[in-house]
Design a protein around this ligand. Structure first.
Ligand code: HSE
Length: 305
């Protein structure tokens, strides 16, 4: 028997919400199929990728890590064939590893009819992030598993709660994915350039921005969300040099009517937030022109109304 699950791309951080905020993006999807190999139970897990760029070795594959951990925890020793079909480009800040991990967790739970709640599913999916980020962060996986806008709230004692808010209907998103090569350990690199400690003043500033974003989602106010996203003085300033065309993409998109423009996750994709779809075409053109000023081509995706 087999089970297939599909999970969407996502954007993490939304400016000041580093490692805390995630938003599912109804643009691209990963698909994972897990099949029990009849009559074999040596615990062997074999992964086939539709995208040769990602390692199919169990330990360095986000879907593989999730399935390995779940098989261990539920004492399942069946041999499993796993097929990962990538729709989310890997390494561009669209939650690619998270989408595979999320689909893997859901497919595994479906195959064995496991009674696990949604929170626990997200925790399993987060196992996969270790493969690409070297750290267990929940922002992308939570959005990929649960959909919508998610706040991953990790308590001092390590307890994790996921708070979900349905995004406003008139929130439109444009993602521009630059066609540049990304290093294999891109997320780790993008995390290594961040300051280890921040001045209290900066922390206060980011808390204010993050609070504004949450209020905007809760109130269904897209302009408020946009104002909050623009308020990151910690992460984005430290990372923007990693993205060719960052300044021109941002400037152009804002001039074309975007409410906010930020790095999607750890980049290098850039994401613009719009109210309604009236400025969609202009913003797409503006972002393309921004990247092209830096000599970079890009693909764009829009999601929302
Ligand atoms: N919050 C993470 C980061 C997302 O910005 O490093 C990476 O996918």
């Amino acid at each position: 028997s087999s089970c297939t699950a599909v999970a969407p791309s996502s954007t993490a951080n939304l400016g000041p919400g580093y490692d805390v905020f995630g938003l599912a993006l109804d643009a691209l999807y990963d698909r994972v199929r897990i099949t029990k190999v009849a009559g074999k139970n040596s615990g062997r897990i074999t992964i086939k990728m539709s995208d040769g760029a990602i390692p199919a070795a169990l330990e360095s594959n986000s879907a593989g890590l999730v399935i390995k951990k779940m098989a261990q925890d539920f004492a399942i020793t069946d041999d499993l064939d796993v097929v990962v079909k990538k729709g989310v480009p890997a390494g561009y800040g669209m939650g690619s590893s998270a989408a595979s991990a999320a689909a893997a967790a859901v497919a595994f739970a479906g195959l064995y009819k496991l009674k696990i709640d949604r929170n626990k599913l997200v925790e399993y999916a987060a196992e996969g992030e270790v493969a690409s980020a070297g750290a267990r962060h929940y922002d992308n996986v939570s959005a990929s598993v649960l959909g919508g806008f998610i706040i991953s709230s990790v308590g001092q004692d390590g307890t994790i709660r996921f708070i979900r808010i349905e995004p406003p209907k008139d929130l439109l998103i444009v993602v521009a994915v630059p066609s540049i090569p990304v290093p294999a350990k891109k997320t780790e690199v993008a995390r290594s350039v961040l300051p280890r400690e921040v001045p209290l003043k900066s922390a206060v500033h980011n808390v204010s921005g993050a609070s504004t974003i949450v209020a905007g989602f809760a109130l269904g106010d897209v302009e408020m969300i946009g104002r909050g996203i623009d308020d990151d003085v910690i992460v984005e300033p430290a990372r923007k040099h990693l993205i060719p065309g960052y300044d021109s993409v941002r400037k152009n998109a804002l001039a074309a009517g975007a409410l906010a423009v930020t790095i999607s996750g750890a980049g290098p994709s850039m994401i613009a937030f719009l109210k309604g779809k009236t400025k969609r075409k202009q913003v797409i053109k503006a972002m393309e022109a921004g990247f092209s000023e830096a000599g970079v081509k890009c693909r764009t995706f829009a999601c929302g109304p």
